[in-house]
Design a protein around this ligand. Structure first.
Ligand code: HAM
Length: 418
């Protein structure tokens, strides 16, 4: 049986031939995501992986809706696997915002599902860090989210030479469109054309823009100039004060494909332009109102960062081999008459928080030792009997190539922390 196209198996390191996805790397990514979100005061939440289809059909925009994994469940409800987290978190906040002080800072790390054409950087499932802030319309919140995005990427050891956050503004584009007589109800159609401009043939974009009353040349000029509008200048100044200015650049080529964005929008890319977007987000001040049918109005903004492009970038920059996660001690049972004492030793080590492996059945000493090496263990521990029939422990540090013999009671005391 093969796995489905666009889905992944995550193996522990060392990876089997032809298997690119490491569960150790995934853990490392999750750890950095969680740690940085926590440093910014964000609290973790989660929601259901299956949602009513309707949550997406009129909120997310045509592209995501075309990619839904959706079906009718056994109760004949139209449902969809979540393709993104934003409608879910908007629904959760709309329902329970009174229980929380504003601004609400929340993060989540959901697995998401989109029926996309499988290609580099795009699969049919991915994990996505979502950080969102509710209840603040000041542009200082936009700057805070961009700073968080930058710091998440920095937490992996990525530098200004590795990535850049491209900042833009739907309001700037909305003003551009309105100044050319564009009708507000056609604004999203216009944004979608701009969003696809760098992927589509110029003739196709030109044709679509003309039908909206805009010429390709003036849209291109607007992008080439990318003069920061006041809201973007405020974000730049705020980031400057934090020493993070070099990580961002204003670029009106970014506009975002999703329907709900209303203000500052941004995307993170690798500097060399080798990969797809690492992350994307922006302000969406109407969505909470939309999902609650106008009951709750709360300004909101946030971003999503996928694990797929991030892992590719970390591998390409040599930042994907995090230490740890493996076995720390292997207890060698070379004398079966010492198995009971060895089990007691395994138990003591585990209770002390060490990660311990040992041979479950009798096996040759050299085979056990080879396994310790294969597992990348730092220490081996072997019980022995002295000529006087007392128990002693032979502790070997495989990295330092040192050995010492101690009484069993002193093992935890002499075993270095990892
Ligand atoms: P998005 O731009 O659709 O935004 O996705 C955010 C990131 O998720 C992308 O930059 C990419 O790294 C990753 N991603 C998306 N689709 C795939 C895929 N098929 N395979 C691998 N990675 C993928 C959103 O989803 C918004 N809901 C983000 C947001 C949160 N906006 C405000 N709050």
């Amino acid at each position: 049986m093969e796995r489905l196209p666009g889905f992944r198996d995550f193996y522990p390191d060392p990876l089997p031939p032809g298997e690119p996805w490491s569960c150790d790397l995934r853990q490392h990514i999750f750890r950095c995501w969680r740690d940085t979100a926590r440093r910014y005061g964000f609290r973790e939440y989660d929601g259901p992986p299956l949602e009513p289809l309707e949550l997406y059909t009129n909120k997310s925009g045509a592209e995501i809706v075309a990619q839904l994994f959706n079906f009718n469940d056994k109760g004949d409800r139209a449902v969809a696997m979540r393709p993104e987290m934003t409608p879910t978190v908007a629904r959760m906040v709309a329902r329970s915002e009174r229980a929380y002080r504003k601004p609400i800072r929340w993060f989540s790390m959901p697995q998401l599902f989109r029926y996309e054409k499988q290609q580099k950087g795009r699969l049919r499932e991915h994990f996505q860090l979502n950080c969102d802030l509710f209840g603040e319309s000041d542009v200082s919140a936009d700057a805070e989210m961009v700073a968080l995005l930058v710091d998440v990427l920095r937490s992996f050891g990525l530098t200004p030479g590795d990535f850049v956050v491209r900042l833009s503004s739907r309001q700037a584009w909305q003003r551009f469109f309105a100044a050319r007589g564009g009708a507000p109800e056609r604004a999203y159609e216009f944004y979608q054309v701009v969003d696809k401009m760098d992927r589509e043939a110029p003739e196709a974009s030109s044709e679509k823009l003309r039908s909206l009353g805009v010429s390709l040349a003036e849209a291109q000029e607007f992008i080439a100039a990318s003069i920061p509008e006041p809201e973007l200048q405020a974000v730049l100044d705020n980031l400057e004060a934090r020493g993070l200015r070099e990580y961002v650049r204003v670029d009106y080529a970014v506009i975002r494909g999703l329907a709900y964005y209303t203000g500052v929008v941004f995307e993170a890319f690798d500097r060399k332009g080798e990969f797809r977007a690492i992350a994307g987000g922006g302000r969406y001040d109407q969505l909470v109102g939309q999902v609650s049918e106008g009951r709750v109005q709360l300004p909101a903004l946030g971003f999503g960062m996928g694990d797929v492009v991030l892992a590719e970038l970390l591998k390409a920059r040599g930042l994907a081999s995090p230490a740890g996660g493996g076995v720390d001690v292997v207890v060698l049972v070379e004398d079966e008459s010492l198995r009971r004492d060895s089990l007691a030793c395994v138990q003591r080590l585990r209770e002390a928080g060490r990660s311990v492996d040992y041979s479950l059945t009798p096996s040759k000493g050299d085979k056990q030792f080879r396994r310790a090496l294969d597992l990348g263990a730092r220490f081996t521990v072997r019980l022995e009997r002295t000529p006087e029939d007392a128990l002693q422990v032979r502790l070997k540090d495989l990295r330092q190539r040192q050995e010492q013999v101690v009484e069993p009671e002193r093992l935890l005391e002499v075993l270095p922390a990892v």
